[in-house]
Design a protein around this ligand. Structure first.
Ligand SMILES: *Cc1c(COP(=O)(O)O)cnc(C)c1O
Length: 700
């Protein structure tokens, strides 16, 4: 959906052409060296590229499991299709194989020469998924690299490895069970991991100088290896890794036009080109036009064209059959939330930089991460290494756990004590909201982790700060382990003298409790009191956690705020839709329910398929709110309906399907803070009401 992805898709077509080149050697007529460079070096970029693309798109989304399962299913289907397609040719070329050899081919090497790609994809993605999700990049990268190095030894560097008896032994045994080391076990994982890593970390710069140097390095490395006849096979080189890494980054920065179905086209070409090679050879023989194959360049061009034409025809037929011609993906056909996760990364970095060194961030992702979608947000934070979370309810906590969020998850609000078993099972930490509550929870007799809340003046949750005996007695409860102690400021968002005074008083009260705990020789658990504004206005307060909620999303509560610390934060969320319908109205025509708006001129209106059931505040009706269409503001006219709204586009050049933005991360007047202000509320409320019906799309 984003521009930068077109260049990746388009490059797949080129990669498919490279693969065909490997199998035909079109430049062999010109010189062996040029053939070597094209097919043994440049051509070897193609398959790693395909692996990286899969890593980039499949491994790296929050609904990970789904995507990986879908990828596995698709690869399996394609593999079965490929095996059936090439079964006759396989039997013709190898004869009937022994069962163990057949199994080895199916599992590792592919039953026909290009089909190894599919088992390699499946094995590779399973390994990479395990590495990334279970161990994270800090282990995934070195392990994938290690596998690659082992693979190198059986591939381009085999000639050297052979000199060492131990290594020779190792590889000889390895080659009993696999023909090559360029497979899903040794070669694919590193590229899957790199692709996924690039998606998660979104580098903003390219390194084209480094790319050039590494490309030259690759040339020299490969030419030297071949010169000394060292390779056993030549799919893997040392310099291939940085070339792919920097090359992929460069590709991401390329802007290019969408070529429809590029990825499907490339896949079909990959699948069918060996058949086309056979077909062209057959035709050349039968029709006595030998130049079709004797000149490999012509052979290559004919096979390429034929493969692409047939692939195009197959796509056409498939589209007819399934009628999958809708232009925009179904997911975003109505209204949707778009998340820019690189902004989230940016915010985390900015906040962490401003914190005291020994202070940790507790990411507050309650209320569906303020309407952004708890899973995509928390999964991304998890990848960034955030190890502490806060939610409002036990079910929010369970959802995070079920989707693989590690670390501490603190429930800030009330949980029915009868759910103690779930607290334990999902390793959730419960806030002790008062003395009686703590006793009731303890009486359940189930070991539970907790943070102790102190009321220092907010008068919402917590044991009164003066009630030191009660506070100290909490540490004696046999079934409750107190890992933390917290309070919450009621007025830290304001810099008025009275509010500052009150906040400092709350802090002093909290400190007196901390002091009493120390005096009683109780080991001090983690201590925390600042939420977003506590941090922005009192950065000098120094405790163990900052509970970062709204600032993580790059938004302030109201526009143009003055805070002591002013951080360069970037909003993560936009709300977008499309124009569903355009109508022309005469002067004096009413619009919408109760005819609250009457046109005062000939008016063109657009109907937008989003409404208050999507979380848009209804009080933005009738010129209060507006949306952005083609970079122009269009006022909302008539009352916002449950599922639709109308805007005036008389002076705007707009057509059906044009993008409509209700909240934008850049454009000032439709930033969340300003939209919220027009609704007489704060961004926190506006955002947290979103997202019960809106799908979430990750743009970046
Ligand atoms: C919601 C909440 C936070 C986070 O608040 P922000 O202002 O969004 O950072 C922190 N602590 C408690 C107790 C909360 O309820």
């Amino acid at each position: 959906m984003h521009n930068r992805h077109h260049s990746i898709d388009n490059f797949r077509l080129l990669a498919a052409c490279l693969v065909i080149a490997i199998h035909i050697s079109p430049l062999a007529v010109i010189s062996p060296t040029s053939d070597l460079i094209l097919t043994r070096i440049i051509g070897r970029l193609a398959v790693p590229f395909f692996f990286m693309v899969s890593g980039y798109f499949v491994l790296s989304h929050y609904d990970n499991n789904d995507r990986v399962t879908r990828f596995l299913k698709k690869s399996f289907h394609l593999y079965v299709i490929g095996m059936c397609l090439y079964l006759p040719v396989m039997i013709y070329s190898h004869g009937i194989q022994s069962l163990p050899a057949l199994i080895q081919d199916i599992v590792m090497d592919g039953t026909f020469y290009h089909l190894w790609y599919f088992p390699a994809s499946m094995i590779g993605i399973i390994i990479s998924y395990y590495l990334i999700r279970r161990l994270d990049y800090q282990y995934a990268i070195p392990i994938a690299l290690l596998l690659y190095v082992i693979g190198l030894g059986g591939d381009s560097y085999y000639g050297l490895m052979q000199q060492l008896p131990l290594c020779r032994h190792f590889y000889e045994s390895l080659f009993q069970v696999m023909d090559y080391t360029r497979n899903g076990l040794f070669m694919a994982p590193v590229f899957f991991v790199m692709g996924s890593y690039l998606k998660d970390n979104q580098p903003q710069k390219t390194h084209n100088g480094a790319l050039l140097i590494c490309a030259i390095g690759l040339m020299i490395e490969a030419l030297l290896l071949h010169h000394f006849h060292i390779p056993r096979h030549d799919s893997m080189y040392i310099f291939l890794l940085p070339v792919m890494y920097y090359g992929f980054m460069a590709l991401l920065e390329c802007k290019s036009k969408e070529i429809k179905q590029a990825s499907t086209l490339a896949m079909i070409v990959y699948m069918i080109h060996p058949l086309m090679i056979i077909l062209v050879r057959g035709v050349a023989k039968v029709s006595r036009v030998p130049w079709l194959v004797t000149n490999p360049l012509i052979h290559y061009l004919v096979v390429c064209s034929l493969s692409f034409i047939i692939a195009g025809v197959i796509i056409q037929i498939k589209e007819r059959l399934y009628q999958t011609t809708s232009k925009t993906p179904l997911y975003t056909d109505r209204a949707y939330i778009e998340l820019n996760l690189s902004h989230l990364t940016h915010n985390v970095n900015v906040i962490q930089k401003a914190m005291h060194d020994d202070c940790e961030m507790m990411a507050v992702v309650k209320a569906n991460a303020y309407g952004h979608g708890a899973l995509p947000i928390a999964t991304h934070l998890d990848r960034l290494g955030v190890r502490s979370y806060a939610v409002a309810t036990i079910d929010e906590g369970i959802e995070l756990r079920q989707h693989g969020i590690h670390g501490e998850i603190l429930i800030l609000g009330y949980t029915d004590v009868h759910r103690a078993r779930e607290l334990k099972r999902y390793q959730l930490t419960q806030t002790l909201i008062d003395e009686n509550y703590a006793h009731a929870l303890n009486d359940e007799g189930i070991p539970v982790k907790a943070h102790l809340k102190i009321d220092t003046g907010m008068h919402r949750l917590g044991i009164d700060y003066k009630d030191i005996d009660a506070i100290l007695s909490m540490f004696q409860l046999p079934h409750i382990t107190i890992d933390g102690i917290l309070t919450h400021f009621s007025s830290s968002d304001s810099l008025d003298d009275e509010d500052v005074y009150f906040t400092r008083m709350q802090k002093a009260r909290f400190d007196s409790v901390i002091h009493a705990i120390k005096e009683a020789n109780i080991p001090l658990p983690k201590v925390h009191c600042q939420s977003s504004y506590g941090f922005l206005n009192y950065p000098e307060f120094h405790y163990d956690y900052i509970r970062a909620g709204i600032i993580l999303q790059g938004v302030t509560s109201t526009p143009h705020e003055k805070t002591v610390l002013s951080l360069d934060l970037k909003p993560v969320l936009s709300i977008k839709s499309h124009i569903a319908l355009i109508r022309e109205l005469d002067i004096g025509e009413p619009i919408g329910y109760s005819r609250t708006y009457i046109t005062t001129k000939k008016t063109t209106i657009a109907i937008i398929p989003m409404g208050y059931a999507d979380g848009l505040p209804r009080n933005q009706s009738n010129m209060v709110g507006h949306v952005l269409i083609n970079e122009q503001l269009c006022p909302i006219v008539g009352r916002i309906c449950m599922d639709q709204l109308m805007v005036d586009i008389t002076d705007v050049d707009a057509s059906i399907n044009d993008e409509v933005i209700f909240i934008d991360m850049d454009e000032e007047t439709v930033r969340a803070e300003n939209v919220a202000e027009r609704s007489h509320t704060i961004s926190n409320e506006l955002l947290s009401r979103l997202g019960h019906r809106l799908p979430v799309v990750i743009s970046n």
